[in-house]
Write a protein that binds this ligand. Structure first.
Ligand SMILES: [Ca+2]
Ligand SMILES: [Ca+2]
Length: 434
């Protein structure tokens, strides 16, 4: 039995897998890759590496990994995955100036900081993808600035499939479209647990990402945090045109009324579909700006707050609560939510959590103080009447504050209870609760 197990282990390991140390065995990373065979690892010591104009993977299935991570290991050149890099090469643990993915390459880029830090006139200052299946894990796209499209990442299209897991996009700039990311012709893009923080866009649209003819774009459990109050962002997320887009479990937290729109899509085909679910959007001018929209739209279990309008031609929008999400400390960029938040499962529109962040801080409220001004009076009764009878009205804040008779429902009986308290010496809100 023991011999059998040993044989299996032996067969599972490539016969000649080797580890090439840089700079001990080979002076540069490029020399390491040149010397490597499929299955080998190129292990790179801390330091700065000038690999000439471009570092290439040469169609080899190799893992190039740093010993001590991106904070102390820097590639001063562009890294290029090109034709023939289809076996799944891996780049892990470097600071990189720029990544280029040529035709049909299938790389994985892990734990890298993509930081160009130059003002460029190219598509994709941090990363340009012509086509291929590309996976980014735990990468940071920071400070990549272009006078063209796609500050952090530009995806040309041609059926590219690009996935970002636990990545962040910070302070990227595009003069025209897609400061964080711009995805074009028939690309398929997915973000999971990614954070977009303080992108800069100067002219058109897609401050965080712009889908310009991509087939599908999905963001799950992502956050979108703009720059400081006073900055005018245009079209945080642009889906124009898109075949399928889904935003699920995301948090958009604006500084308040500065954004022209959080999600923009104009004039789609009837087959196009947008789904926005379990997502909180706070502090913008338009929540959705769907002008001439003819596609399918689903809004479900969302919390929208501090906005001017929610617009969609030919598509009446419901499926959201107009309610303060009660972020714990938004002034300090803490967008976890109060235990009484309408984003907490217990009080959300659908009994499920809403947004990227967990329930994380405690807060207090006054029962019956529906408008959260610290006093219970007739204005709270008016607030409750609107909430109960007028579609889209602002919820009590927190939602539980409206339940004056504490029967776990907020309805007209609470208005009656409040009015009795205010005008007729009735009991205090919640005074008779168990
Ligand atoms: Ca009040
Ligand atoms: Ca009640």
């Amino acid at each position: 039995m023991k011999r059998f197990v040993l044989i299996i282990v032996f067969l599972a390991v490539p016969a000649f897998a080797a580890t090439i140390h840089v700079p001990v065995d080979q002076p540069t990373i490029q020399d390491g890759i040149t010397a490597a065979s499929d299955g080998d690892t190129v292990l790179v010591a801390a330091g700065d590496y000038d690999e000439g104009a471009v570092l290439q993977f040469l169609g080899k299935d190799v893992v190039v990994v740093s010993e001590s991570g991106a904070s102390s290991t820097k590639i001063l050149s562009e890294v290029e995955f090109g034709l023939g890099d289809t076996l799944g090469p891996v780049l892990e643990g470097f600071e990189v100036k720029r990544i280029v993915v040529g035709s049909l390459a299938n790389p994985t880029v892990r734990a890298c900081l993509i930081h160009n830090d130059e003002f460029l006139w190219i598509l994709g200052a941090g990363c340009y993808i012509a086509s291929g299946d590309v996976l980014f894990e735990e990468c940071i796209f920071d400070d990549n600035w272009t006078m063209e499209n796609g500050g952090g990442v530009f995806i040309e299209g041609a059926n590219s499939r690009v996935e970002f897991v636990s990545c962040s996009f910070t302070n990227n700039y595009a003069r025209i479209r897609g400061a964080g990311l711009c995805a074009e012709d028939h690309s398929v893009v997915k973000f999971s647990e990614c954070d977009f923080v303080e992108q800069v866009l100067s002219e058109l649209r897609g401050t965080d990402f712009d889908c310009f003819g991509c087939d599908s774009i999905v963001a799950e459990d992502c956050s979108f945090i703009p720059r400081d109050a006073g900055f005018i962002g245009l079209w945080d997320v642009s889906l124009m045109p898109v075949e399928y887009a889904r935003l699920s479990g995301c948090t958009f937290a604006g500084p308040g009324q500065n954004y022209a729109a959080v999600i923009m899509a104009w004039g789609q085909s009837e087959e196009a579909e947008i789904v926005i679910e379990n997502t909180v959007i706070s502090g913008c001018y338009h929540v959705l700006d769907l002008m001439g929209w003819t596609g399918q739209l689903t809004v479900d279990c969302c919390v929208f707050h501090d906005f001017n309008s929610v617009e969609a031609d030919n598509a009446p929008i419901s499926g959201y609560a107009n309610a303060d999400p009660l972020f714990c400390d938004p002034d300090n960029r803490d967008y976890s939510v109060s235990e009484f938040s309408p984003c907490a499962a217990a009080y959300s529109p659908c009994g499920e959590p809403v947004g990227r962040y967990a329930v994380g801080c405690t807060s207090t409220y006054i029962c019956g103080d529906a408008n959260a001004d610290g006093i219970v009076n007739i204005t709270d009764a008016v607030h409750l009447v609107n909430y109960v009878f007028v579609e889209g009205s602002l919820w009590p804040s927190p939602p539980i504050a409206g339940d004056a008779n504490c029967d776990n429902l907020t309805n007209i009986t609470d208005v009656v209870y409040l009015i009795a308290y205010i005008f007729d010496d009735g009991p205090l809100p919640c005074a008779e609760c168990p």
